[in-house]
Design a protein around this ligand. Sequence first.
Ligand code: AGP
Length: 621
Amino acid sequence: MCGIVGYVGSRNSSDVLVEGLRRLEYRGYDSCGIASVKAKGGLYLKRVSGRIEALKGLVEADPPKDPGAGIGHTRWATHGVPSEDNAHPHTDCAGELVLVHNGIIENYLELREKLAGSGHAFKSETDTEAAVHLLERNVKELSARSSSGMLEPVFFEAFRRTLAELKGSFAIAAVWDKCPGVVMTARMHSPLVLGLGEGENFVASDVSAFLKFTRRAVFLNDGDIAAVRAGGAEFFDFAGRKARRDSVNIQWDSTMAEKGGYRHFMLKEIHEQAASVENTLRGRLLPLKEDTLAREINLDPAVLRSVKTVQFIACGTAYHAGLVGKYALENFQVPAHADLASEYSDRSKLAGPDTLAVAISQSGETADTIHAVREAKAAGARVLAVTNTVGSTLTREADWVLYTHCGPEIGVASTKAFVGQLAAIYVLAAHFAAARKAVFDSDARAFAAELLKVPRLIEDALAMEKEIEALAKRYADREHFLFIARHINYPIALEGALKIKEISYVHAEGYAAGEMKHGPIAIIDKGMPVLAVATSSRALKLMAGNMQEAGARGAEVVAIVDKESRGQVRASRYIEVPQAPEILSPLVNVIPLQLFSYYSALARGCDIDKPRNLAKSVTVR
Ligand code: AGP
């Protein structure tokens, strides 16, 4: 997630912008910048591929003269590596307009081709730059037609028309040196909020950027435009119709504001998962075209047709995503394995030019995963990286990179990055099926259509939060937990066990339910919580039997069910989640287990965002 700030008022806008960006540092970033318009025309622009401290140094060394309205940005790279050229704010050709953006412009390639074809000179690899050149084109066209000489209506209409041509998710702020008293802003699927002061107003991605100056806020809705001036803000819809927006008083302190009002980053990130999946699917499935991945990441469908085996390689939670990927690809009759990176060694002997190694890593810096990737490459395999971090080491080792668009994940326990990894892997599965369309073309389209419904199901699954909190409190005194599931949900049993282990420090095991009789059932004691993933599936009858065996030996079975499966299994307690096609159910079934681990750790007073002995990225072997 990038961070946006904007300011109009009598203070030195550069100081306010740098301070605002500092308050957004928690969001994670790799570069930053500010820009302001000078009251007498011209732009002031400072950007750095690095920390805000360095940006502050640039501003102090060359402070702006008579700065007017300004905008600033912290960048979490999605398109284009971290660099000064890719840092926001981005300017138009003439150096009169400047713009910042948070989100993903899906149609930026088409826009870029069209604008470059009409003479616009692009200086970055970002999707954002297409927006500022589009704005420049619209300003030019409308200025030529305007006879009134009033430039602000031109700016507004040009801004509005630019939004109408963008597809995807965006929170945008722009200034024009011909209108030094206004910041134009708009929101579509990326958060944006105004801060209303006395004779001054603020724009930000979240309130923490301006709480120091004002607690009065207006949260924009999707489809809102706001023209922000020192004396106030005007609101419109994307059709240009005037709108009314009420302000609220923010009660949070700055620490709570960074967590969006949640107690911990982990809980905030659990609640960001629908957006993580939506943003990772964006532009990759609708319509399911053979050349989508070729256009985005140069992964030609011929490669997907020639691959004989897929080897998922990862660690920890990312490995669980790879294990789901194995089941998903096998469903489309693509031979697949999943290996813990630290155990990959001899598997590489089976790799060759017709092997596709899929390395999954949120950080892109996990030493075991990078080492295993190098072994796979040495054996002749080609490598596709699934990662959340642009420019990470793994991206430089891979032949192709399929990014998850989750924004930085602050909590050590991986949640939104995990569902983002699953979404990316499902996208890959859909394109495998489409590329091998001799058998699965229609299935691939049906699969893609179902996949696009998942964000809504995740939101519905989060509605069980209160019930899960109560359940976690009930078991807060238990020291041993068992998680069981079958087939594509077996990795979710492993993930549920890992989550509660790593943040509650209790002993937990994830097991294939069918394996219970082969030993683990001996550990079941009276009152032992056994969490069973029992949503609709071909193996539900067998799952019901495993749950009964556990219950008969004194376990307290907590069943994750959907409406259809609830009446087919017996348990001590039930957590009902929305029904999803079995192949996609891991994306929904993991939600209650994440919440269960979170509230178990809360009940035990553990340090949830920074669990003992753990690092966010394990860069040693
Ligand atoms: C999961 O909650 C842990 N943080 C850990 O297992 C993590 O998934 C693993 O270390 C892999 O990290 P990566 O995705 O950055 O490679």
